[in-house]
Ligand binder design. Structure first.
Ligand code: NAD
Ligand code: LMR
Length: 371
């Protein structure tokens, strides 16, 4: 059992100032560590926190590693408070105290791929992990306000598991399904990087919308929406699509048994976290984002304007990665029009395959036993 973390004034947020709390579950892992560093070193600047005290509460079942990571981070001279939480910790270092009062929960907890595995191979292990963590979120967080950013794979199937678990635990409809966001930002970043490299433009990377899901053929980069891709041959675009769809495999292969993407994921996760945190701290309007989200409430009604229109275009799927408008209340609008702008190949070749694969992935999450 690790010793309780050294008491350090930098680690505890002040009671009197407005505060913003992030619970990071899986904080000692390959993604969790660099993400914790970015949050501790940069988040107050990235969100212009002003007088708001940011508190990063880190939880991991790898208690010894987590306590070490905490001790290390706690020496950094930024105003972001950090605390460590682990199984067997006392009340101040428990999972409950990590989640208590959290405005945002960020979850990269769970197993990562090794060569030869698909993301679906992670489902059995990671579905149990996120189901258990979702129950704890329901027990300790305010489901009417908390935002959950899920990184753990397979995102396509685990978002339904988390949404259904939270819905099952809520005492009254809280709209929590509008605030569970599957993190697919890495796909858009890869698409942007690979297109920028192809065009020889390494200063001003183009933004590429990516829709569908986060696995193989479910990843549908919409290069037709990028003027920079206009001059590329169909063959070149097809190669870029393939590379984005297999970007995760490229890293798993290169790491050769030592894990999957961690640093690029931490970078993208931090960018998304900063965007959502800024909105929640300053409450100065909606933001445009992109995520893998539920399109319906538990009773089957659409979560937001545009959800029904998207389901009319995505074969009736209830989960999809899509541009959204996000407010502190969650998804405000599904920007389904992106599907109407697909070119012939994206609409007739890529989208049908995306839908076929995504339907199976969603089914896996929807069938998962919650008891
Ligand atoms: P990792 O194995 O390095 O770290 C995972 C951490 O989770 C470990 O520290 C482990 O102790 C912890 N953990 C396991 N069970 C836990 C539990 N019940 N509660 C809290 N913590 C728990 O893996 P990683 O490289 O950090 O990847 C984490 C997950 O993120 C994987 O599922 C991976 O596939 C996924 N991932 C997603 C994306 C994406 O784009 N969404 C990108 C990269 C990786
Ligand atoms: C990625 O896209 O890099 C992640 O989903 C990790 C993986 O397993 O490929």
């Amino acid at each position: 059992m690790p010793h309780s973390p050294h008491p350090n004034i930098m680690t505890m947020p002040s009671e009197s100032l407005p505060s913003f709390k992030i619970a990071l579950l899986g904080a000692a892992g390959g993604i969790g560590q660099p993400l914790s560093l970015l949050i501790k070193s940069q988040l107050h600047l990235a969100v212009s926190a002003g007088a708001t005290r940011i508190h990063l509460a880190m939880y991991d079942v790898a208690a010894e590693t987590l306590v070490g990571v905490h001790a290390d981070l706690a020496h950094i001279d930024t105003p972001v408070a950090v605390s460590a939480h682990f199984p067997g910790g006392d009340a101040a270092h428990s999972l409950g105290s990590c989640l208590q009062g959290a405005d945002l929960v960020l979850c990269p907890a769970g197993m990562a791929r090794r060569p030869g595995m698909t993301r679906a191979d992670l489902f059995a292990t990671n579905a149990s992990i996120v189901r258990s963590l979702a129950r704890d979120i329901a027990m300790h967080c305010d489901l009417a306000t908390v935002h959950v950013l899920l990184i753990s794979n397979p995102v396509n199937s685990l978002v339904p598991v988390v949404v259904r678990t939270l819905q099952q635990c809520e005492l009254q409809p809280s709209g929590i399904e509008k605030r569970v966001l599957g993190v697919t930002a890495l796909d858009a970043t890869r698409a942007s990087t690979f297109l920028g490299e192809e065009c020889g433009n390494l200063h001003d990377f183009p933004r590429v919308p990516v829709i569908g899901g986060h696995s193989g053929a479910t990843i549908l980069p919409v290069f037709s929406q990028c003027p920079q891709a206009d001059d590329l041959s169909q063959q070149t675009v097809a190669k870029l699509v393939q590379r984005v769809q297999n970007g995760g495999d490229e890293v798993v292969k290169a790491k050769n048994g030592k894990g999957s993407a961690t640093l690029a994921m931490a970078h993208c996760g931090f960018r998304m976290l900063a965007q959502v945190s800024r909105m929640l701290i300053h409450r100065d309007g909606d933001i445009a984002a992109s995520a893998y989200v539920a399109l319906t409430h538990a009773d089957g009604t659409p979560v937001a304007p545009g959800a029904q229109e998207l389901m009319a275009r995505n074969g009736g799927l209830h989960y999809f990665a899509v541009p959204i408008t996000l407010s502190p209340q969650g998804v405000e609008e599904i920007r389904y029009r992106i599907v109407d702008y697909l070119n012939y190949n994206e609409l007739n070749e890529l989208l049908p395959v995306c839908i076929e694969h995504l339907r199976k992935d969603i089914e896996l999450g929807v069938q998962f036993q919650l008891e």
